[in-house]
Design a protein around this ligand. Structure first.
Ligand SMILES: N[C@@H](CCC(=O)N[C@@H](CS)C(=O)NCC(=O)O)C(=O)O
Length: 215
């Protein structure tokens, strides 16, 4: 039983991978939560009340009782500490550190790929799409190589939230005609088979989204 309601503030078209990560974590934990749509892309920006309460005004944001929190990794760690069963990050420090490393990298790198393949392309398919620049192609290779390294080192066994993050990143490639090597395709398929991931991907969305910023 949750003492306080949980609300996740999300980008209004459901095309933001950091929202997706929090959404999947809440869903995996079987928590009841509401989603509040912030119309960032319609030019409305982060609601001023959220900026006041959360210290840093960004989406996604979680409200739980008196706590308003932004930064998806901080939200996920808070959820794992407050509602520990089932965990979405590994319980043991060493694998947990590896997964945090992956999640931090996904959030702070891959700028060209994120810019040229905004996640919107996954759920609002486009008829024409420019080839990747050399920089974005290099980042795509690095992403796939990371998945292969993790598979070879036994880090893709038991599911955790970093696997979902990697799958959301790989969707930028698979949805735009890039054939994935076996380990990456297997990770993507395993995540797409999870109801929590499907719940975000298959979410009903408004038609005709405004142009997508990087996410
Ligand atoms: N590192 C953050 C990224 C959050 C972020 O940058 N959110 C963007 C939307 S993708 C935002 O809220 N921008 C404020 C605005 O557009 O006014 C996380 O992991 O949550």
């Amino acid at each position: 039983m949750q003492a306080h309601p949980l609300t996740l503030y999300v980008e209004g078209y459901f095309t933001n991978v950091w929202d997706a990560s929090c959404f999947v974590a809440l869903t995996e934990k079987g928590l009841e939560f509401a989603t509040a749509r912030a119309l960032l892309r319609d030019g409305q920006g982060v609601p001023p009340a959220l900026r006041d309460k959360a210290a840093i005004g960004r989406i996604p944001a979680l409200q739980h009782g008196d706590l308003w929190l932004t930064e998806s990794l901080a939200i996920i760690e808070y959820l794992d500490e407050t509602f520990p069963e089932p965990r979405v990050l590994p319980a043991d420090p060493m694998p947990r550190a590896r997964m945090r490393q992956v999640m931090t990298w996904l959030r702070s790198d891959l700028w060209a790929l994120r810019s040229e393949r905004p996640w919107q392309v996954v759920v609002y398919p486009q008829t024409r799409i420019a080839p990747l620049s050399a920089a974005a192609a290099r980042e795509a290779e690095e992403l796939v190589a990371l998945v292969e390294w993790l598979a070879a080192h036994g880090d893709l066994g038991e599911w955790n939230i970093a696997h979902a993050d990697l799958a959301f990143a790989l969707m930028r490639l698979s949805a735009t005609g890039v054939a994935l090597p076996a380990a990456a395709q297997a990770l993507l398929d395993a995540n797409l088979a999870r109801p929590s991931v499907r719940a975000y991907v298959d979410r009903a969305r408004p038609p005709n989204p405004p142009p997508q910023p990087r996410s």
